[in-house]
Every structure is written in C-alpha cells, then in structure tokens.
Design a protein. Structure first.
Length: 339
C-alpha cells in the first residue's frame, strides 16, 4: 500500500489530501464495506471526507485526523491481508485503540507473546476474540498474567465475555483441565426454590448469560459433552462451598451480589494450578438493604497483593449499542448529582 499527498483540483484546502493506494482491489472493496459504510463510520468518527478513486482513497480534513485515518485504514487493510474480516466492531476497536502505545512492556512466554506483536487475539473453537478498547486489552493481559483477576465496571464492557473467552482458550491449549463458571443466584421477587423442575432447571435461568458466552466460543454439542464429563461446570455460588478447585479456570460473575462471607468462601476455593476471575458492577447490587457486597470488601482488602489484579471499566469501554454508553453516563451523572 502506497501513501502520498495530492492537492485535488476540485477542492481548495490549505492541507493537501492524503492519498492511499491499495494493490488488491478486492480487499479494498472489503475495506470500504457495502455502500462504503466502513468509510462512512471512519469519516463520522474523525471528521473526515474519504473519496474512493479506483484502487486509491483520498482523505480530506484536518492534518491530525488525516494521519489517524491513514493509520486506521492501513491497519484495517493489513487485517484483511491476514485473512480476517472487517466489520463495524473492528473499526470501532481501531478508532479506540489506534495511536495508543502499549505501556505494559514485553513479557515472556506463551500467550503473552501476542502483547509484544501488538495484535491481541484470543483463539477459541468458533471464533477469534479481540479486545476493542485499551482497558479491555489491559484486562486480557491481566487474565493471562495473574492467578486472581478482578474486572469491575458497568454492563456491556466485556468483563465476563472476555473472561470466558480466555478460559476457553486456556482450556483448549491444555493449561487448565476444566472451566467452572458461577454467579450468585440473587433474584428480584421470585425465589429460586419456587421455580419448577429439578436443580438444573431451577439454576439454568440464572446461569444463561454464562451459557451464551460459552456457546459463542465452543460448538453446542461440545459444550454439552464437556458438561457431561464435568470439564465444564456452570453452577450457583452456593454450590462452591466445601470444594477445592485445582487445575481449573474459575469465573465468578455478578460478584456485586455475593455477600462478604460468600466472597471469602469463593476466593479460598483457589487450588493448585488454578486461576480465578471475579467480575461485577458496583452500581447493580441486588442484595437486601443493609447487606454489604463482598465485591467492595474484597477490593478494599486485596489491593496491593502480588498476583491479584484489578481492572476498572467505564462507559467509554461499552461495546454494545452506542446508546448503552450514553445511558450509563446519564445514570452516573444523576447519581453524582444526588450525592
């Protein structure tokens, strides 16, 4: 891909347009997207105008935005050259991540090699998962580096999704023998014991978000087989008592709804060769009034201990519909005003 500058005859501008040339016209079509929607997404985000002329793109706008746009287009084209697709989420990830240096430095061995290369990929059976914000990237690194990692922040930031993806990757590569996913069975109104059916039927509605994540990374039949073999377990937090979880990857989701005693019980299940991830949103506590959240206490007590990491997400890390971030910001602003 060649990059040069030109001054278009049809425009008068103090800064010449940046001119990008792409050797493979088929990849350029994929880069632009259907009806040039990928270009439109970049234009809208950076305040640019991007014109396509044959196998070339001309970028008009402020010099700083032109530079960023050029880097993003080059990175996306390189992604296509490596055989990966480009969709709206990938463009959003480049817009968030482009130009940010990886301040963590190098690390030795195994999965951490990808942080040296810059392209962070979590490989599962069904898909490749990539962090889409700088915080997500730091979180993924923490999941690979630490025996106990906390991910704290609002809904939609990928805390649980990325944690399960890393667990599946480690399981596939043989670094752990089993995956255990848990969350407190805290409900609003209807009690767990009143639901019809056997134990699994009562539990499944509370565990469904964890099943959804698993099914994104592993074929459904394989998930069922691994469940039968007890290599994948999805269970309420209450079922963890009395166990020692060795050679396992263990995730506690919705940890803000664990009591202080439950949190201590869970954390002390950590066995030899295991890793734990605790995720939660401090703004969505469903415990009865007056009952302290175990997530907050764990945060206070465990900060500063080696091999335990805390990653904090904000509305800027939301990777669901763009409105979700604005909704979270509106509620945070209201809470701040009330305080």
């Amino acid at each position: 891909m060649a990059i040069s500058e030109l001054t278009p005859q049809s425009r008068t501008s103090e800064s010449p347009a940046v001119h990008l040339e792409f050797p493979d016209n088929r990849l350029l079509i994929d880069l632009c997207g259907q009806y040039d929607r990928n270009l439109a997404q970049i234009e809208h985000a950076l305040g640019l105008q991007i014109l396509r002329r044959g196998n070339e793109l001309a970028i008009f706008g402020p010099a700083e935005s032109q530079a960023r746009g050029s880097e993003i287009l080059a990175a996306l084209y390189h992604r296509l050259e490596s055989g990966r697709a480009v969709d709206a989420g990938d463009i959003d990830a480049e817009l968030r991540m482009n130009g940010r240096s990886d301040a963590e430095g190098g690390s030795e061995g195994g999965q951490l090699e990808m942080f040296k290369r810059g392209d962070v990929e979590i490989r599962t059976r069904r898909k490749i998962v990539e962090p889409r914000t700088a915080t997500q990237k730091a979180y993924v690194r923490a999941l690979f580096e630490n025996d106990l990692a906390f991910g704290i922040g609002p809904a939609g930031t990928g805390k649980t999704y990325l944690a399960v993806a890393v667990g599946v990757s480690l399981f596939i590569e043989g670094h752990v023998d089993r995956i255990i996913l848990s969350r407190p069975a805290v409900e609003a109104g209807e009690r767990l014991g009143f639901l019809p059916g056997a134990k699994e039927d009562k539990v499944d509605p509370y565990m469904q978000p964890l099943y959804d994540a698993l099914n994104d990374f592993l074929p459904a039949k394989q998930v069922e087989k691994l469940k039968e073999e007890k290599k994948i377990e999805v269970a309420p937090l209450a079922f963890m008592r009395g166990r020692t979880l060795s050679n396992a990857y263990v995730v506690l989701d919705e940890a803000q709804n664990a009591t202080t005693m439950q949190m201590k019980m869970f954390l002390t299940r950590l066995g030899e060769g295991s890793r734990m991830v605790v995720t939660g949103d401090r703004t969505q506590v469903d415990l009865p009034r007056g009952v302290e959240s175990g997530l907050g206490e764990a945060e206070r007590l465990l900060k500063g201990i080696d091999a335990i990491s805390f990653t904090y997400f904000t509305a800027k890390d939301v990777v669901r519909h763009p409105l979700v971030a604005r909704i979270i910001e509106a509620y945070d602003a209201a809470d701040g005003a009330a305080g």
